[in-house]
Structures are given as C-alpha cells and as structure tokens.
Design a binder for this molecule. Structure first.
Ligand SMILES: Cc1cc2nc3c(=O)[nH]c(=O)nc-3n(C[C@H](O)[C@H](O)[C@H](O)COP(=O)(O)OP(=O)(O)OC[C@H]3O[C@@H](n4cnc5c(N)ncnc54)[C@H](O)[C@@H]3O)c2cc1C
Length: 499
C-alpha cells in the first residue's frame, strides 16, 4: 500500500514526491502523459523558488545550461526590454516594467527551462524510492475514515489503489480538485495570450524585448525563436491553437505581415485568477496550479507551486509518521493560501498596467517613478519573489517566521552554509552560541531534528523548519523546548528533557 498518492508529475508533484521520499514515505506519482510535456512554459525559476531548488541541490542535476547571452546570440534587446536578462541592473519586471532591483534578500534565478527542472526532479524522486507511473491517469476517489481508494486508468485498463492521502498536483484543471469537490472561485479571463517557439520568414521582423504596442503586448527572446503576444479583446474561444491563429495574433500585435514558417511549440493562456478556498478536504490536498491559477506574468507560477510543495512535504510526512503536533497539517493551507492570494492580486494589477492606451501610459509613468524609490522597490521585489513571507512562528525575534538567510557557519569540521545543511530537508537547530544547555534541550528530538554548532554573525539559537523558515529564534531554552514541541511534536525520548 502506498502511504501517499500524488496525481500529476509536473514540477510541483515531483518536488513534493522528493520531499516525501526523503522521509521514507511510500509515495506513488501517477501521470497521464507518457513523457514530459515539451510545450514551452517557464524558462526560469526566480525568487524563493530558485532558493528552494538550490537548497535541495536540484540545481546540480540540471546539467549545462545556456546563458542568456548565448540564447540571444548577440542580439540586442529593445523596447522596455530584457536589460535584466542581458546583464543590466534590474532583476525582474512588473507588468513589463523592468524596475525590480533590490529586495530584502539577494536575487536568485535558476535559468532553466521547465522541462529540465522536471527531468532533474524525476531523477531525484526515483533515487529517493518514489514510484512514478507514466501513462496512468487519476479518474476518481472514494474516501472513508481510514483512507482513500483511488481510481486510476493505465495501459491495461482501470484499477484501484488504496492509500492514506491523495494530493492533487494535476494542474489548473485538476481532476483531483473536481473529484474531491473543492470550490474554485475567482475571475474569468479577459485577455488572450500566446507563447510559442517558431520560425519566421523574417527573423528580425520585430526587435527583441518587451514592447507595449497599440494592439497589446509583444515579447521576443531571450531565445530568438520565442514569441509571446498578449491581446486585450477577450478570452480565447477554444483550447486548440493552430499555426494560422498564432500567425494572425503575431501579425496583429506586431503590425507586420511576418509569416510563420514552422511552429515548434505553442500554448495559449488567459488571465483568469482562481483559487481553492482551502487546500485540504480531509485526506485530500491540493498544491501548485491545482490550488490556484493566474496568468504567467512575472514568472511566478513555479516558485509559488514549489513553495506549496516544500511547505506541505514535511508536514504531511510528520502526519503520516504520527509525530505531527495537532493542527500542523492545517497550517499548510493557512500559510500558503494568503501567499497565492497575493500573486493572483498582483497579476490582476499587472494586466491592468499592460492595457494599451494613453491613460495606462500615464499610469505606467507614475507607477515607474514610485517604483524607483527604494522602499517601494523593495516591497515590489519582495512581492514578486515571495521574499518577505513570514509564517506564524514562536516568539518575537526579528528572524522568527522568515526564510533563514544562507548564513555561512564556521564549524569544528570547517565552514558550511545553511543551504548545505538543508539538503536533507529535515528540521535543523543552529546552535550559534555554542551552548551545552541548547544541545541538551534538543537531544530528545534528535531522531527528527539535526543539530549543528557553529559561529556566524547571528548569535541567537535558530530553529529552522525543513522549508527553511525560522520556527523559533532566541536564547531561552524553555521557549526552545516549547517551539520544538509546537512544530515537531512530543519528543521520542525523554533523555535531556530537564523537567
Ligand atoms: C505560457 C506559460 C508560461 C509560463 N512561464 C512561467 C515562468 O516563466 N515562470 C514560472 O514560474 N511559471 C511560468 N508558468 C507557470 C508554470 O508553468 C506553472 O505554474 C507550473 O507548470 C505549475 O506546475 P504544476 O506541477 O502545479 O502543474 P502542471 O505543470 O500543470 O503539472 C500538472 C501535471 O498533472 C498531469 N495530470 C493532469 N491530469 C491528470 C490526471 N487525471 N492523472 C494524472 N496526471 C494528470 C498533467 O499531465 C501535468 O503533467 C508559465 C505557464 C504558461 C502556460
């Protein structure tokens, strides 16, 4: 029997499977596709998503990646454009305004196509003992008090699997969400976007970069074949996209008569924003696009979904293994729902700021002026990268609840970093003041919590959750014990409890 069944082997389902696999949870991932979807989607992961991939060392599995300069092949960006990508100062954009410069943490970027990330995650999941069945679709579920019976359909026909938990990581149209009866309220889309890799009869028909034009938005690059159009005269009529439709859109938006000679990948999107009110219904949970959908503006979908998965993984593992304190699993939804709500909100603002017309021109000028001020720039950069998320934490230390910076520690066995200590994805106690009473306090939790003594600029003791957020920080050992109980359950041994 599998302890957890995940529907969907997209980046979120695979990352979650890795987290569960690292805890030894017997996990089955079912994916309706035989192979990874080759459609061009994310070209990079930014902000906290890049940190999450780095701290689990998924980055080293990505292999050699082309630089932006390689991709652009010497072409120069134009319009309001790709300065960030081309080596200029901004690190990201808001509504196509390349203004993001400095957040409250250093900018992180993993410049890899989504498919490469999925390949790396699949490799890692398999190495951690996760079972992945491609060509097998989730078709339904039946819940009772003891578990869930999942209906699947594979090459040999329909069959059932019994499990304790089902996680829907099966994208914006999530069959798990529908089968489990989650509501999905929100706003319908009013725009039609196309993203494609294509060949053109005139490769220089339009300059590289981001351009707001009278009929919408035109983006070219960083790959010379990549084109993205956004038009504001209604949502798409149907789901299939033909070469002729793509060409019409490119011609309308670019104002040229360019001809598309071949299409290597094309997808269509709109700006609908929807979100499940809660991500848990008993033994069924949602993560990634299954829990929230929004337009792909500012590249937020992947880091949002990876943030869900890294938040959920250890809490579900603790629940399955029986050491989760009461209510821990419900903090997944209460912590992650507001984060996605903010993303939905900012994508609505970006769509509004991208509309054509002189009124929006003026609004963009004023917005840019305000965004150039340091405080506004920090708020906006943090917003787009999820850099300022503070989860409920024990205590009122300035770091409590925040993502722990990648501190460098001097330890008896040499220098190390928080990122290196996070590879296993376990709770971590950083004994930064070298105190025997701290080490005694944590000993009863030794099976669950790793401990490292080291010196860095921070001298308070830090207790980190597996998702990198600071569960507690301070000096008081009694408070530390309460935080250990509150986040990681009753200790497995009474040795060192000191009570
Ligand atoms: C045009 C475009 C550009 C984008 N650009 C960016 C970007 O630059 N940066 C960024 O961060 N994000 C970007 N995104 C968003 C990003 O691609 C998504 O947020 C991301 O794919 C979500 O991952 P997921 O695992 O939640 O869902 P998905 O990637 O949708 O994966 C869901 C998986 O579930 C499978 N599935 C569905 N039904 C079933 C079933 N019944 N049984 C089994 N399996 C099933 C699907 O086949 C799929 O493999 C972009 C999206 C689009 C459309």
């Amino acid at each position: 029997m599998y302890e957890v069944v995940i529907s969907g082997a997209g980046p979120v389902g695979l990352f979650l499977a890795c987290e569960l696999g690292s805890y030894g949870i017997r996990t089955l991932v079912v994916e309706r596709r035989e192979t990874i979807d080759p459609t061009l989607k994310a070209g990079a992961v930014s902000g906290r998503g890049a940190d999450i991939l780095t701290r689990r060392d998924v980055v080293s599995l990505l292999g050699d990646l082309p630089s932006i300069a390689d991709l652009m092949g010497g072409r120069k960006p134009g319009g309001s454009s790709l300065q960030a990508a081309a080596g200029g100062r901004p690190t990201g954009h808001f509504a196509g305004l390349w203004v993001l410069r400095g957040g409250s943490a250093p900018a992180s970027l993993v410049m890899a196509p989504q498919q490469r990330i999925e390949e790396a995650l699949e490799k890692r999941a398999l190495s951690l003992g996760v079972a992945i069945r491609r060509g097998h679709s989730f078709t339904g579920l039946d819940r009772d008090d003891a578990g869930v019976t999942v209906s699947l359909s594979g090459p040999d026909g329909p069959y059932e699997v019994r499990t304790g938990w089902v996680i829907g990581c099966d994208g914006g149209r999530s069959p798990v969400r529908k089968a489990a009866g989650f509501a999905f309220p929100g706003l319908d889309g009013v725009t039609t976007g196309h993203q494609a890799l294509a060949d053109f009869d005139d490769p220089d028909f339009f300059p590289m970069g981001w351009h707001r034009v009278p009929h919408g938005l035109m983006v070219r690059g960083p790959h010379p074949q990549r084109v993205l159009t956004l038009e504001f005269d209604g949502p798409p009529a149907s789901r299939a996209v033909s070469q002729a439709e793509l060409q019409e859109s490119v011609r309308r938006v670019s104002g040229t008569s360019v001809t598309i000679t071949a299409v290597h990948s094309v997808t269509r999107f709109t700006d609908n924003t929807r979100q499940a009110p809660s991500y848990r219904a008993g033994r069924v949970l949602l993560a990634g696009d299954a829990a929230h959908v929004h337009p792909p503006l500012g590249g937020q979908g992947l880091h949002l979904g990876l943030g869900d998965a890294v938040n959920l993984g250890w809490k579900l593992a603790a629940t399955v293994r029986g050491w989760a304190p009461a209510g821990l699993l419900d903090t997944y939804s209460s912590e992650r729902h507001p984060v996605a709500e903010r993303v939905l909100h900012n994508t609505r603002a970006q769509v509004a700021l991208m509309r054509p017309g002189p009124g929006v021109d003026a609004l963009r000028d004023i917005f840019t002026m305000l965004a150039e001020t340091p405080e506004a720039n920090r708020l906006l950069t943090d917003l787009m990268g999820e850099l300022d998320i503070r989860y409920g934490a024990s205590g009122d230390h300035p770091l409590a609840g925040l993502y722990c910076p990648d501190l460098e520690l001097k330890t008896a066995s040499g220098p190390t970093r928080v990122a290196d200590l996070s590879l296993a994805g376990r709770p971590l106690l950083l004994d930064l003041a070298d105190r025997a009473e701290v080490r005694d306090a944590v000993r009863p939790w030794a099976e669950r919590v790793d401990m490292v003594t080291g010196a860095t600029e921070e001298t308070d003791t830090l207790l980190l959750r597996p998702d990198g957020h600071v569960a507690w920080a301070g000096e008081d050992v009694g408070e530390l014990r309460n935080a250990l109980r509150g986040w990681f359950g009753e200790p497995s041994s009474s040795d060192g409890l000191g009570e």
